[in-house]
Ligand binder design. Structure first.
Ligand SMILES: *Cc1c(COP(=O)(O)O)cnc(C)c1O
Length: 377
């Protein structure tokens, strides 16, 4: 029996049950399930939180990425550069739209896309870069913006795992929420994400008025005026119940982030300077909101450790066990094993421990003791 899961959404909910239940009942009482007032309210709150001009709520994070790409007027075979170490959704949408994903390796410390590798991968067909802010910290968005400007490329930020993280521009010293640096930012409200709904949800954000107009149309069947369709669109809406829940949870997001950071600090301390464990490295200029707490193991039997933890009722997970270029559905003659050595090494040596808003030092001690017992034996 697992007692300590990767997340604890039940305890999190129990603390704000009254507020949440009320909000849900209000939507039901109004029967305004689609595009109701709650959606507009959340949209405004989220625009304010992110300090961005436009938020376009949508049905999930994968749709957010797809709609962002659809808004860029790309042609089949245009190339989109992204990381080889991410959740599948990032490349899935590129493939669905018949665009060509161009993968590049990551930085070994931060696990985030390597800007130098991005620059080397640019060709005449390259149209956009999708940096993923993996596990809760910003990719080197400053370097990526420089490259995009130089080569006239779009940037779509995949902020599904890092909502609320800040990045400070090393040149201007100005701090902004990540996801608001590129042309378009995308996020997910999947329940286990840092800002999680009670079902699926997502959002797209931009400071560009034209892109915002276009994406608002695309999420709603490409419709300008009711039943007049100017674009091929999709049906991708955030439903009102989810919006009402998210509007409440958004008020707690910074507290949730703090709880995650404190939990990460506990782990970091327990594993500090261990020869077989590398704790997460936070990149320059970014904060880390610890969507995942991911260790790199050195000369440790990972499967054995996971079994040892499971035997003690502790969950653990591998994000991600198979690099994108080795996934069956994405096998491609352009790529072979060995092409992305850092990603390949990470996929064999990372392990993620439970991290969420409800951890206590007592629970964390159980977890770190169990890890060290196995690693040191
Ligand atoms: C969760 C996630 C997505 C997709 O979000 P969904 O809401 O599940 O569709 C996209 N990219 C990354 C990096 C994610 O972690």
């Amino acid at each position: 029996m697992i007692k300590h899961n990767m997340v604890d959404l039940v305890s999190q909910y129990s603390k704000i049950k009254g507020e949440i239940d009320n909000a849900i009942m209000n939507v039901i009482a109004e029967a305004s399930f689609i595009n109701g007032p709650a959606v507009k309210t959340f949209q405004k709150s989220f625009e304010e939180y992110l300090n961005v001009k436009h938020v376009i709520p949508c049905a999930n994070g994968t749709d957010a990425l797809q709609v962002a790409l659809m808004a860029l007027d790309l042609k089949p075979d245009d190339e989109i550069i992204t990381t080889s170490f991410t959740f599948i959704a990032t490349v899935e949408v590129i493939g669905l739209l018949k665009l060509t994903p161009v993968l590049v390796d990551v930085h070994p410390d931060t696990f985030n896309i390597d800007p130098e590798a991005v620059e080397r991968a640019i060709t005449a067909k390259t149209k956009a870069i999708i940096p993923v802010h993996l596990f809760g910290q910003s990719a080197d968005i400053h370097a990526i913006i420089k490259i995009a400007q130089k080569h006239n490329l779009y940037i779509i930020e995949d902020t599904a795992q890092a909502i609320g993280a800040d990045f400070t521009c090393p040149e201007t010293g100005k701090t902004k929420k990540i996801g608001t640096f590129g042309h378009i930012g995308c996020t997910s409200f999947f329940p286990s994400k840092n800002l999680g709904a009670f079902g699926d949800g997502g959002a797209i954000f931009t400071n560009n008025d034209d892109l915002a107009e276009k994406m608002k149309m695309i999420v709603n069947h490409g419709m300008t005026v009711r039943y007049y369709h100017d674009e091929i669109g999709v049906n991708s809406r955030l439903d009102s119940i989810q919006a009402a829940i998210l509007d409440i949870k958004l008020e707690y997001l910074d507290d949730y982030t703090k709880a995650r950071q404190e939990a990460a600090a506990y782990y970091n301390n327990a594993f500090a300077d261990h020869p077989k464990i590398t704790t997460p490295v936070t990149g320059a200029s970014t904060t880390h909101v610890f969507h995942q707490y991911t260790l790199v193991l050195n000369d440790v039997d990972r499967e054995g450790l996971m079994q040892h933890l499971a035997d003690k009722g502790i969950a653990s997970a591998i994000y991600y066990p198979v690099p994108l270029h080795l996934q069956k559905a994405y096998l491609d003659p352009r790529y072979k094993e060995g092409d992305f050595p850092i990603t390949e090494r990470l996929s064999k040596s990372v392990i993620s421990l439970p991290i969420h808003t409800e951890l206590t030092p007592e629970i964390q001690k159980e977890i770190t003791d169990a890890v060290l017992e196995f690693v040191d034996k």
